[in-house]
Design a protein around this ligand. Structure first.
Ligand code: SF4
Length: 341
């Protein structure tokens, strides 16, 4: 029985690299995108270098590419798999590395399925008890699940609880299409809907689309997916900053200092840094940070490792460098790589 007071991830079986103890996967929906060149995949985190003829995968790169019925016109990047609508999958030359995506109807009547992974894309309304009973028997199924109900979050949560209680252990990828004239509206809805479910321990992946009604913004869709995973602590792919809102006690320019610390440390995947305006309340407000940069007097900074003071009241000039030295001494520093375009 799930309780709202502790985090428990829904018990899903592993299918390929999805579910159980795998981090939630990110699926890019490219079914409406015109992907003709390798460079087109830069937006979803895969960078092709024509000189070396190699792909580089960024920390925030989609692992699964949903192509609809049009396969990529070139070989998929290393570390990815194409998801193809069932008819296109059956006609493709590589039916192992490509994965079929069925509707409930095509799944039920399929004459051929993948031996390892079969995606069933459906809405919560299609998950009748008969369909669920059928899916329970298939250990290769991954659900790509969405809801058209007015409240995506509550309807999805109720549906996932219902099918889980019935015995379905298939991994579930949360599909959400939020396109609006305003990116703020997209961020708000995506964060509350997908973030809420992930905090509840529900969801083994996301397939998110944001942008305008006319145009899907692929880059924003992937970035926002990873940001939500990071914020829900289900998948850490970048440095995390915990900063106080600042108030009359703040002892330095919080925004300028935060920007400076970020510029030096934003490549440190998974490291949490607290940046707090004063030593009165700051240490308490950054309780779960790995490192803390806390104002302790005019032009004075106190540096923390966790809740332990490492350097007290040092001059603010050079304090960022001292913070980096602490991270280095913990062997958590990595040399930043040159940004790729
Ligand atoms: S940590 Fe200190 S400076 Fe920052 S908001 Fe709290 S009381 Fe104000």
């Amino acid at each position: 029985m799930r309780t709202p007071y502790t985090y428990t991830r829904r018990a899903a079986r592993t299918v390929a690299t999805i579910g159980h103890d795998h981090v939630p996967r990110v699926v890019a929906n490219l079914s409406d995108a015109a992907i003709t060149r390798m460079e087109d995949l830069t937006a979803i985190g895969h960078v092709y270098d024509p000189v070396t003829d190699k792909w580089a995968m960024r920390d925030q790169a989609a692992e699964f590419l949903y192509m609809g019925s049009t396969p990529l016109p070139f070989m998929a990047p290393t570390g990815t798999r194409q998801l193809l609508d069932a008819d296109a999958w059956a006609a493709h030359s590589d039916t192992f590395y490509c994965v079929p995506v069925f509707t409930v109807d095509t799944y039920t009547h399929a004459t051929a399925r993948h031996s390892v992974m079969n995606v069933v894309r459906c809405t919560i309304d299609e998950l009748t008890s008969d369909v669920v009973a059928q899916l329970i028997l298939d250990t290769t199924v991954v659900l790509l699940l969405s809801s058209t109900a007015p409240s995506y979050y509550t309807s999805m949560r109720a549906a996932i609880d219902r099918v889980t209680d019935a015995g379905l252990t298939a991994p579930i990828i949360l599909e959400r299409d939020i396109r609006s004239a305003s990116i703020d509206v997209c961020v708000l809805h995506a964060s509350t809907d997908l973030g809420g479910l992930l905090v509840d321990g529900l969801g083994d992946g996301t397939m998110l689309q944001v942008g305008t009604p006319e145009h899907v913004d692929l880059q924003q869709s992937i970035r926002l997916s990873f940001t939500i995973l990071q914020a829900t602590r289900t998948r850490m792919t970048k440095t995390e900053y915990i900063s106080c809102p600042s108030c009359g006690r703040t002892l330095f320019d919080l925004q300028e200092t935060t920007a400076r610390i970020r510029s030096h440390t934003d490549h440190l995947k998974g490291v949490k840094i607290g940046i707090m305006g004063c030593i009165v309340n700051g240490p308490g407000e950054m309780a779960d940070a790995d490192y803390g940069y806390v104002g302790s007097g005019p032009d004075r900074i106190t540096l923390y490792r966790g809740q332990e003071i490492v350097q007290r009241n040092i001059p603010s000039d050079g304090a960022v460098e001292a913070l980096i030295d602490i991270i280095k001494s913990d062997e958590r520093w990595v040399v930043p790589t040159a940004p790729s375009s």
